[in-house]
Design a protein around this ligand. Structure first.
Ligand code: FES
Ligand SMILES: [Fe+2]
Length: 475
């Protein structure tokens, strides 16, 4: 593999070698050193609310069954049969107490333990030949959750998720904790785009600059109350911990008025007021900034916006959680969920869903506008001329690295991290700086395990009822 140190150094000074958006070697490194280590979002607890509920999600090629077992514990099992490696669960979501492999019929409880092994005695000579007792589907090396958002990491020594998120957790609450019950998700819609995965993550992290151009038509048809997309330059971008995002500047008013302005009914506002800290309330209520799009490194994004859903002037806010799941250096699977406060009135949920579908999701107008740019960029980045071009990603800083606009003070912006009003590429640089940090750090080789051997030390099964290896026939 080519030495990428120059690429990383260029990225760190805000000059981006254009080929990083379509480069096989870079992608191989990303796969190993980013997705082999970082916390990656896989599901929200509301998607697996009942015992036995499961969804199948991936970290690149690695498929995981994310499930709530019979005791209520959330688990992520590597979706590969311990026998000859068939994918055990082929459905995308459902409810099951057991999973049975289609190939030779080995079956597993939803806590991962192997329970059925056809002809164990005849074929293997029983436990003496293949130790079935205590075997389980491989668990994700690390699993953790925050505000119901479940993440896994392929690194067994990953730092706690809360530590990884850092101060971004402050902003995550605006999307995922509008009431004590948190959010519920609908979806995801999934589709593939012929674009590099980093572009969406960067765009959602801080690209307020594209809105007036890329989304002109959405403003022209009156989907937004604000007459001009240029209004974006009055908003602030912030970067905190392992993520960052954009905001809109709200008209004068107090917290209640400003939340009503974006379309929240009073009963939801009351719950937000008790769910958010004084600082979280101040960012909206006094500083006047309302969160919009955001990204958490590496590939999780959020959006919050408030279009008009009817002919009236009324607007309705929606939240979407989205993931840029890399397929290759030039293809990404987009997963897009609708998210809404679980305690919101039913009518609000219905209208908010409508607002989301108009703007985002596979048919959303914003989505269509954005993706054409990203596909085109990716295609162009594959050529040999792109190797002669370093893109200027230094918006917001002068040649001597001084700032075009100063960072907001704590008085002006109560949130953690660093925030600035106006167009800049601080956040895109912050995201790519993390990308560079990961790419230059080799990964510790994973330890492989024998399955069913006699000398093997079976990892302890936490929180499980007593061992029982009865055959299951009707899983
Ligand atoms: S591969 Fe699963 S039972 Fe054989
Ligand atoms: Fe956009």
């Amino acid at each position: 593999m080519t030495d990428q140190s120059t690429v990383l150094a260029d990225v760190r000074r805000g000059m981006i070698p254009a080929h990083i958006y379509n480069d096989q070697e870079i992608f191989a490194l990303e796969k190993e050193r980013i997705f082999g280590r970082a916390w990656v979002f896989v599901a929200h607890e509301s998607e697996i609310a009942r015992a036995g509920d499961y969804v199948v999600r991936r970290v690149l090629e690695d498929s995981f069954i994310v499930t709530r077992d019979e005791s209520g514990e959330i688990r992520a099992h590597f979706n590969m049969c311990l026998h000859r490696g068939m994918q055990v669960c082929r459905a995308e979501m459902g409810n099951a107490s057991h999973f049975r492999c289609p190939y030779h019929g080995w079956s597993y409880r939803n806590d991962g333990r192997i329970v059925g092994l056809p002809f164990h005695q005849d074929a293997y000579g029983g436990e003496a030949g293949f130790k079935r007792k205590g075997q389980r589907l491989l668990p994700a090396p690390s699993l953790d959750s925050h505000n119901g958002m479940i993440f896994i990491s392929l690194d067994p020594d990953a730092p706690p998720l809360r530590e990884y998120l850092g101060d971004f957790a402050f902003y995550l609450d605006y999307y995922t904790k509008q009431s004590p019950s948190g959010i519920e998700l609908r979806g995801p819609q999934r589709w593939r785009v012929k674009a590099n995965w980093k572009i969406g993550a960067e765009n959602f992290a801080g690209d307020m600059y594209h809105t007036p151009q890329t989304h002109t038509s959405v403003v022209e048809i009156g989907l937004f109350r604000e007459p001009k997309a240029e209004k974006r330059k009055d908003g602030a971008t912030y970067w905190a911990g392992n993520g960052g995002g954009t905001t809109y500047k709200l008209p004068e008013g107090d917290l209640d008025e400003r939340l009503r302005y974006v379309g929240y009914p009073q009963e939801m506002i009351e719950r937000m007021k008790t769910s958010w800290s004084a600082e979280q309330r101040k960012v909206v209520g006094e500083d006047g900034f309302m969160i919009s799009a955001a990204s958490v490194f590496p590939n999780l994004s959020f959006v919050h916006n408030w279009p008009r859903v009817a002919e009236s002037d009324d607007v309705l806010p929606f939240i979407s959680v989205r993931q840029w799941q890399p397929i290759s250096e030039n293809e990404t699977e987009v997963l897009s969920w609708f998210a809404v406060d679980a305690e919101a009135p039913e009518e609000f949920k219905a209208l908010s869903y409508k607002a989301y579908l108009m703007c985002f999701g596979s048919t959303g107008m914003f989505e269509q506008d954005d993706v054409e740019n990203w596909v085109s960029l990716t295609n162009t980045a594959a050529g040999s001329m792109a190797r002669r071009l370093r893109l200027n990603s230094r918006m917001g800083i002068l040649a001597d690295d001084t700032e075009v606009a100063p960072a907001l003070t704590g008085e002006q912006f109560a949130g953690p991290g660093s925030a600035r009003v106006g167009y800049s590429e601080y956040n895109q640089r912050a995201l790519l700086a993390r990308w560079a940090d990961h790419l230059e750090r080799p990964i510790t080789a994973a330890v492989a395990r024998d399955i069913g051997g006699q000398d093997e030390v079976v990892p302890a099964l936490e929180h499980l009822p007593s061992e029982d290896t009865a055959e299951v026939t009707g899983a």
